[in-house]
Design a protein around this ligand. Structure first.
Ligand SMILES: [Zn+2]
Length: 253
């Protein structure tokens, strides 16, 4: 087969996944065999769950499109959905169940605090993460781009920031979760939805002052943890306020 050249332009923040010298110029790939567009894009370092639209010589295509001759390719992230005007989107935005890798403990706690379903174990290995992702139809959250490139990953996201609060804002935006925020409805420890509990049911495990001053409680049916509006609660409320302030702030902060 005659060798051919693919020129790829990555839009939005997809440049973050490229080597630094390519961030401001197109990436060229020289090929000499039929290759899927998905493989060419991932060979540049961009995981397929981050790609929402692909134009090959101006035509919108799917991941299985095969390249056989010279082509000009444009690759768009989910975040630039509105301006490009193609109907052919490769990602779903409305995913509400997640599995997070062991490095994303703070993001996990924040998302649970806001009411979202996030499976997490600090010790889960890659195989276990992929398994729970596929079995429970969850989106994979990880900063390990090799893991995101695994062929069985359908929905996933690589948090750009290293900071938990900013990662939380990124995930809320990426998956359109802002309208679905329901604080204090899920156990921070084990991810189970909380239930209201009568004081009489939980009083045994409470500190003396808590017994006197608090009257409304929620309990986790999964691990038994009891929640009430004590001093820890105020810290969590502050955290929610911080995240909400970031959400309405600049997108690039
Ligand atoms: Zn629990």
């Amino acid at each position: 087969m005659k060798p051919f050249t693919i020129r790829l332009n990555f839009f939005g923040d997809l440049g973050l996944f490229l080597g630094s010298k390519f961030r401001s110029q197109p990436v060229e790939r020289r090929l000499n065999e039929r290759t899927s567009i998905k493989d060419v894009i991932e060979s540049c370092g961009v995981p397929h769950p981050e790609v929402d639209a692909i134009l090959v010589n101006g035509q919108a295509v799917g991941f299985d499109q095969t390249l056989v001759s010279d082509a000009e390719v444009k690759v768009f992230p989910v975040a630039s959905r509105d301006p490009i005007g193609t109907e052919k989107h490769l990602q779903e935005t409305e995913v509400i169940r997640f599995v997070a890798d062991g490095h994303l403990g703070k993001l996990t706690r924040n998302l649970r605090l806001l009411g979202f379903d996030v499976a997490y174990s600090a010790r889960a290995d890659d195989g276990e993460l992929l398994d729970i992702m596929a079995r429970e139809n969850r989106a994979l959250l990880t900063r390990d781009r090799r893991l995101l490139m695994h062929s069985i990953v359908q929905h996933g996201y690589c948090p750009r920031s290293q900071a938990g609060d900013q990662q939380t804002v990124e995930v809320l935006r990426r998956f359109n979760l802002v309208e679905l925020i329901a604080p204090f409805t899920r156990c921070l420890r084990c991810n189970t939805p909380l239930q209201d509990a009568a004081k009489a049911e939980v009083i045994e495990g409470l500190e003396p002052l808590t017994k006197i001053y608090y009257h409304q409680f929620r309990r986790c049916p999964g691990c038994g943890q009891v929640y009430w509006a004590g001093s820890h609660f105020q810290k969590l409320e502050k955290r929610i306020e911080r995240i909400q302030a970031r959400l309405v702030g600049k997108r690039s902060d």
